[in-house]
Design a protein around this ligand. Structure first.
Ligand code: UDP
Length: 262
């Protein structure tokens, strides 16, 4: 355990997640963790993105549109979107058993639904669009990081979308509404509320809540999260613009990873 983590654990034992008006990792209440976005990192996927949110490290890969198999699962009018969220065994403190579990099935479902209003599925009848999100390292907020990565990977694959989806969580620690909880805050806090949103139109496409918030805290948290989604949207957009302005031939092998950080 490193020194920083030891100090965090000590403070948590004393039941303190906020000290001198700051969170244990030094952030203010309304501050995001550092974000890094790299587009086009996998040459065999049609679109891909590496996304970091603090200690979370996530890769999203998109395949398709391609013919949907098995055929009986095809939709004659539109593409079927498959979304698989997976946590690597080494991504958590204690080794995670490989393979799907109840939580990953739930996260995959809500993440797929977060894209339903934006992917123009009617352009590709009988087709499948596959989205894979792999969590390489986790520190709470992995579903939001996965959605942000998937959004950029879908755009990188050229899948027609009305707009990007951006995602972040808000929650409550030591009675304070705060943005983007880290692992310690998520474990010892009072509430965690991930949201996803189409930033340009303010359309919420995912909203979950674990714990309790008063109506006033909910409203304040939602506003905070919506503002943060707008910030993330700008970073996603900037990463995509950089990627496409610097790729000259468009061939897969020349997809360089472009970086964008805060
Ligand atoms: N976590 C874990 N083992 C698990 C599931 C989750 O250690 O099997 C940790 C992981 O760091 C994750 C955090 O708990 O990021 C919070 O999980 P949650 O279900 O709230 O989802 P997330 O916040 O990652 O979207």
């Amino acid at each position: 355990m490193n020194e920083e983590r030891e100090k965090e654990e000590e403070a948590v034992e004393k039941r303190e997640l906020i000290k001198d008006g700051k969170r244990l990792d030094g952030r203010g209440f309304e501050e995001l963790r550092p974000i890094k976005i790299e587009v086009g990192v996998l040459k065999r996927a049609d679109g891909s993105c590496y996304f970091e949110l603090g200690e979370n490290k996530v890769i999203a890969a998109v395949y398709g549109p391609k013919e949907m198999h098995p055929r009986h699962a095809q939709d004659a009018k539109m593409a079927v979107v498959k979304f698989r969220y997976n946590m690597a065994p080494f991504s958590v403190d204690d080794r995670k058993r490989p393979g799907p579990d109840r939580r990953s099935v739930e996260v995959s479902k809500v993440s797929r639904e977060a894209f339903e209003p934006v992917i123009m599925r009617e352009f590709y009848p009988k087709a499948a669009i596959e989205v894979y999100v792999e969590i390489l390292q986790s520190d709470a907020g992995t579903r939001t990081a996965g959605i942000n990565a998937a959004s950029v990977a879908l755009a990188d694959a050229g899948i027609p979308m009305k707009d990007l989806v951006s995602s972040v969580a808000v929650g409550k620690i030591d009675g304070q509404v705060v943005l983007d909880l880290n692992g310690t805050e998520d474990n010892h806090g009072e509430a965690d509320m991930p949201i996803a949103m189409v930033a340009r139109t303010n359309t919420i496409t995912l909203l979950q809540m674990d714990g309790h918030l008063t109506a006033e805290e909910f409203g304040r948290g939602l506003k905070l999260a919506m503002g943060a989604c707008r910030q993330i949207y700008e970073l996603q957009r900037a990463a995509l613009i950089e990627r496409f302005s610097s790729s000259n031939s468009g061939s897969k092998s020349e997809k360089g990873g472009n970086k964008n950080g805060t």
